[in-house]
Design a protein around this ligand. Structure first.
Ligand code: G4P
Length: 312
């Protein structure tokens, strides 16, 4: 799997964020409610111990409400953190958000409040800024090395927004996070094949949402494997190659696009409990890797010592 994490852009964007941070009064992070952990920026957690932080879980129309609530409760345990669940496609939450910013801002009566707005690509950051500004604002480039980085937007109510580039921030070695980002559409289509993503999503849905699959595709029995699931859908949709073999790329594209658009109903890909379990696994893998590295260094040091002793 090859993912392009834009290291140069990321470095520049994080430096810009760090430079402006002392001036910022409130941090607003836009998250995708289907993947609140995988869509978050790992740096923001550290920032929020010092600055008031509002986590906006957007696209709640596409996520399961109980899961969104679990994540809100989880985030609100963190110091200085407030959350709101949003569906920017259907509702304008501007007034509520502005009231919350004013309430949290250390500035007197919310005057001269500088609000940093962050979010990975596709979470709805531009939609949010447009609705807060009440007008269309040109998108800040998602590639700060090429285009303009941060942009200031005066809301003319004492609040100045600081829009930051939508950048993907790598998380420590959890491959599921990458697949979730691809399934929801945050990672560009070119970074991973549709087939890879469709296999991940098919496995997830077969485990967690078998009834939805039955309903959507009219199965009497749920297929046993991801391959079988995609083959049946492919046959239903006429995605066939010469000789009657299913065109996996075509059916994968259809399947993922339907899933992204919410046609299979609201889906949440992670809960705080799932992430906790995965992070425990990741910690074990990191510890094992560190142990292997330590042994490797010890072995080569011993080899060098032996070679030296033999020379004498
Ligand atoms: P970004 O700046 O964070 O990259 O996101 P942007 O506002 O451009 O929104 C990305 C897509 O998500 C847009 O769809 C937008 O309409 C949609 N969107 C924003 N908020 C919500 C929401 O609450 N629910 C749903 N279902 N969709 C939302 P788009 O213009 O069609 O772009 P694309 O999805 O084709 O890339």
């Amino acid at each position: 799997m090859s993912i392009h994490w834009y290291p140069g852009h990321m470095h520049k964007a994080s430096n810009e964020m760090i430079e402006t941070l002392p001036l910022v009064n409130v941090v607003v992070e836009v998250l995708d409610a289907r993947i609140p952990y995988s869509s978050s920026n790992p740096f923001i957690g550290n920032l929020c111990t010092e600055k008031p932080c509002i986590k906006l879980l957007n696209k709640t129309d596409l996520a399961e409400p109980e899961n969104t609530q679990l994540w809100q409760d989880h985030f609100e345990l963190q110091s200085n953190t407030k959350t709101m669940a949003l569906d920017l496609q259907h509702y304008d939450p501007s007034k509520k958000i502005i009231d919350l910013i004013n309430k949290l801002s250390p500035q007197k009566e919310g005057r001269n409040t500088l609000v940093m707005v962050t979010g990975i690509p596709n979470v709805g950051k531009s939609t949010l800024i447009n609705s807060l500004a009440g007008r269309h604002i040109a998108k800040t480039g998602n590639e700060p090395a090429v285009t303009k980085g941060q942009q200031r937007i005066n809301l003319r109510n004492g609040i100045m927004l600081l829009d930051t580039p939508g950048i993907l921030w790598p998380k420590i070695e959890n491959p599921n996070g990458t697949y979730r980002l691809a399934t929801t559409g945050a990672i560009k289509d070119t970074a991973m094949t549709y087939e890879d993503v469709a296999f991940f999503a098919a496995d997830f849905l077969l485990t967690h949402y078998p009834e939805r699959l039955k309903e959507r595709f009219g199965f009497e029995e749920v297929p046993k494997t991801e391959m079988k699931l995609l083959e049946i859908i492919g046959a239903q949709r006429g995605c066939l190659r010469a000789g009657g073999k299913v065109d996996l790329e075509r059916v994968s594209t259809i399947f993922i696009n339907e899933l992204r658009a919410g046609i299979l109903g609201p889906v949440s890909y992670e809960t705080p409990e799932i992430i906790e379990r995965e992070m425990e696994q990741v910690a074990i893998l990191i510890a094992e890797k560190a142990e292997r590295e330590k042994l490797r260094i010890e072995k080569s040091a011993a080899k060098r010592r032996n070679a030296k002793a033999n020379k004498k």
